[in-house]
Design a protein around this ligand. Structure first.
Ligand code: SF4
Ligand code: SF4
Length: 367
């Protein structure tokens, strides 16, 4: 943990437990973050935190209990308590990662649009979107070419996952590579569709002469009215809970296109994590199910017909857990495009089934 976070928490925590009211992990501990810090955070606790940031939004002293858990993950990687090699199939700084393997297996290829040079503006779809929703990725790119002269799809990961697992040193190297790529290609503007990538890249490029914008800022969705008679409710993503940029832009675009929306009990700054955060699916899958059920109950209470997400990780999470509540990505709605990410989990399982699947898995985890 950065000393300033820890020192601030030790000096200023009021032990009011307002953070425990919005977090089952803190509530179950029965202790304030100050007392937890004094007795030491367990690895089990660190891996049970979804890094959603809800605790930070309610704290009257603007403290960050989240940072306690993130710091514990980093320590555990350093001390070897977490064997990061066990997660190497996920890591974006390895060529043999699962996203690359999936795209290669299913013939998802962007080589016709990613060999750009001196493309001042490029599209950065992020690894989940470009892997599990290639039709949507290409449709967005086509609109961006018309809207802002975008010339190329940068098929890289933002690297956020390295930080969530606690691989601090690799985060630094990965960020340097991203900065080097931008310099080499003289990129001045990056358009993103994913809130996770947006805030991560804002950080990576804060000292560079590069603008990071959202697709909702650049594309005029109101040009085509797509409305229908259904009621929609928007799920806000954790990375957006503080600035609310995606949340407000998506609602605005839906309204302009004539879609009717209703709000759930927990939205925007108070949103509930879908369970994708902090790699919870790998560390504590049973907690993911709890979070999904909580959200589904809120959707039912609104009587909305469709749950709309603007991060494909959230959309996939809800889609995998429920066939009862229809889920869609905001950009599918706004562009009038059929979802193409459904069945991603089954396709992933198929890829690793049988003896060929076992060989494929061995290739992915080989050093
Ligand atoms: S980041 Fe989320 S899960 Fe972690 S302690 Fe804060 S509220 Fe709880
Ligand atoms: S809300 Fe803030 S001040 Fe209150 S117990 Fe939690 S960390 Fe301490």
């Amino acid at each position: 943990m950065e000393p300033n976070h820890l020192e601030k928490l030790m000096a200023e925590c009021l032990q009011c437990k307002q953070c425990s009211n919005c977090c089952s992990l803190l509530a179950k501990s029965g202790q304030s973050p100050l007392d937890m810090t004094k007795r030491g955070i367990t690895l089990y606790e660190a891996l049970s935190c979804s890094l959603c940031g809800a605790c930070e939004t309610v704290c009257p002293k603007r403290l960050s209990p989240k940072q306690l858990f993130l710091a514990r993950r980093r320590e555990a990687v350093k001390s070897g308590e977490i064997d990061s090699a066990a997660y190497r199939y996920l890591l974006p700084d390895r060529k043999n990662n699962i996203m690359n393997a999936y795209r290669s297996y299913y013939g998802i290829d962007y080589s016709d649009v990613n060999s750009f040079s001196h493309a001042e503006t490029c599209f950065f779809p992020g690894c989940t979107l470009m892997t599990y929703s290639p039709n949507l990725t290409r449709a967005i790119y086509e609109r961006l070419k018309d809207s802002c002269g975008c010339k190329g799809v940068w098929t890289e990961c933002c690297g956020k996952l390295l930080d969530q697992i606690g691989l601090q040193e690799r985060v630094k190297d990965f960020r340097s590579c991203l900065q080097g790529f931008v310099q080499e290609h003289n990129i001045k503007r990056i358009i993103v569709a994913c809130p996770g990538c947006y805030y991560e890249l804002q950080d990576v490029f804060q000292a560079c002469d590069v603008i990071v914008q959202t697709v909702y800022e650049v594309i005029d969705f109101a040009k085509q009215e797509q409305s229908d008679n259904r009621q929609y409710t928007v799920h806000d993503s954790c990375p957006d809970r503080f600035a609310g940029i995606f949340g407000s832009q998506v609602r605005q675009a839906l309204k302009q296109c004539g879609f009717s929306t209703r709000e759930m009990a927990h939205t925007q700054m108070n949103t509930i994590c879908c369970g994708s955060g902090g790699q919870l699916s790998h560390f504590r899958p049973e907690l993911v199910e709890e979070l999904v059920k909580l959200r589904q109950q809120e959707v039912r209470e609104t009587n909305a017909d469709v749950l709309v997400g603007y991060c494909l990780n959230c959309v996939l999470k809800y889609d995998n857990y429920s066939s009862e509540i229809p889920v869609t990505h905001a950009l599918n709605l706004l562009l009038g495009l059929q979802d193409d990410y459904k069945g991603g989990k089954a396709r992933l399982e198929k890829m690793f089934s049988g003896s060929d699947g076992e060989k494929r898995w061995e290739e992915i985890i080989a050093d």
